[in-house]
Write a protein that binds this ligand. Structure first.
Ligand SMILES: NC(=O)c1ccc[n+]([C@@H]2O[C@H](COP(=O)([O-])OP(=O)(O)OC[C@H]3O[C@@H](n4cnc5c(N)ncnc54)[C@H](O)[C@@H]3O)[C@@H](O)[C@H]2O)c1
Length: 365
């Protein structure tokens, strides 16, 4: 059971539209919003994986479901007109770096034109009071320095995915400056996060999904960059940031047009090898093999989250071990097939809220 007064009760009874609700993050966000008492609608064009967390959680009959393509303005606009959301979380995207090399057209049209369409629907809707546009930590130009990127650092990105997310940020800024700057206008913000793990992700070319997919079928997992170091964070961490940001926008505490980073504690940087070792401590030891990658991996890119701390009283609630433990326990429960994964996932959100309360995070109290 999730208390509805979290996030200052901003979501209890609110109408929330989530684009990309059938995805890994979107399905967890939808579940959490339902727990907070929101009336949720989702807009997505496909199920991104098989299995798919949206289906595993059986969210279909709990929400208002729009099946459409964000590149099609009319289809998106009809969903806005029919549902009349108070707040929008825009997550729909082509989010895989490797696929962005294979299909840059799809990646740019989805992530850039799709964001233009979402911003335009928000502008033309008479109902939306706040919106959070989810981009990525990869929107920053990676100049390979060891400290965290701040919200006012230069945007950029060499691979098509990173570039598309930097473009989405520019689209957002243009709409913010041109149409959402007045005191009474809709309050909008972007949220940047990355290296997310957690149960329910089966995307290809992500390390934990690749491992559980292989291991659950008795195959060896292929590890491409065991020494690559990343600031891993549990999916509920950025989601709590998005929800806190959305609540502050709804309650008009935050000016329109701002961006916020959401990342883990600086000590959460660990290599892929360490991540897998920690995961196997809960899952059991499994086979793997090392294979080089043709695609250049960017070096460590981490975020400075001081702005989220100062303005939203947000910071990460979990350490690396707990992040990996929750992830492994979720997949174990799924593959053992004994638990109702809707209830199990609600319990994981409940556990996460307790961890946040121990850290005195405003949104959780
Ligand atoms: N998972 C991560 O580690 C991570 C890291 C940084 C940023 N992000 C961002 O978070 C968001 C969600 O990522 P995810 O991992 O949940 O992705 P996902 O692949 O699991 O889900 C993508 C969602 O977008 C929808 N979608 C894709 N193209 C669409 C289109 N043309 N029209 C309508 N819907 C479309 C899919 O149906 C699905 O619901 C994305 O914007 C992604 O770029 C994710």
């Amino acid at each position: 059971m999730i208390k509805k007064n979290l996030f200052d009760g901003a979501y209890d009874g609110s109408r929330v539209l989530v684009t990309g609700h059938t995805g890994f993050k979107g399905s967890w966000l939808t579940l959490w919003l339902l727990g907070l008492g929101a009336k949720v609608a989702g807009f997505s064009s496909y199920l991104p994986s098989k299995p798919c967390n949206y289906e595993v959680l059986k969210l279909n009959n709990r929400i208002n479901n729009f099946d459409g393509d964000i590149r099609d303005y009319n289809s998106l606009s009809s969903a806005f007109e029919s549902f009349r959301p108070d707040i929008v979380f825009h997550l729909a995207a082509q989010p895989i770096v490797r696929l962005s090399h294979e299909d840059p057209l799809l990646t740019f049209s989805t992530n850039v034109q799709g964001t233009v369409n979402v911003m335009h629907c928000i502008k033309n809707s008479g109902s939306v009071r706040a919106a959070v546009v989810i981009t990525s930590d990869k929107c920053y130009r990676n100049v390979e320095w060891p400290w965290g990127y701040r919200e006012n650092d230069t945007l950029g990105g060499d691979d098509p995915y990173s570039a598309s997310k930097a473009c989405a940020e520019i689209v957002f800024k243009s709409y913010a400056a041109s149409f959402f700057s007045g005191n009474d206008s809709t309050r909008i913000a972007t949220a940047r996060a990355g290296n997310v793990i957690g149960g329910g992700d089966w995307a290809r070319d992500r390390i934990i999904p690749d491992c559980v997919r292989a291991w659950s079928q008795g195959r060896e997992a292929v590890i491409r960059n065991p020494n690559a170091t990343r600031p891993w964070q549990h999916v509920l961490e950025p989601l709590s940031g998005y929800l806190q940001l959305g609540a502050r926008l709804l309650l008009s505490d935050i000016a329109s047009g701002e961006s916020f980073n959401f990342g883990p504690d600086a000590r959460a940087d660990h290599s892929v090898g360490e991540l897998i070792g920690e995961f196997m401590a809960h899952w059991g030891v499994c086979l793997m093999r090392h294979e080089g990658s043709k695609i250049k991996e960017s070096s460590l890119l981490k975020l400075c989250c001081d702005k989220a701390l100062a303005r939203l009283n947000w910071y990460a609630a979990l350490d690396f071990k707990e992040t990996v433990r929750l992830t492994a326990l979720w997949y174990k429960a799924f593959y053992e097939g004994k638990d109702d994964m809707f209830e199990f996932s609600i319990r994981q959100i409940g556990h996460y809220i307790v961890e946040a309360q121990k850290k005195m995070l405003n949104w959780s109290i």
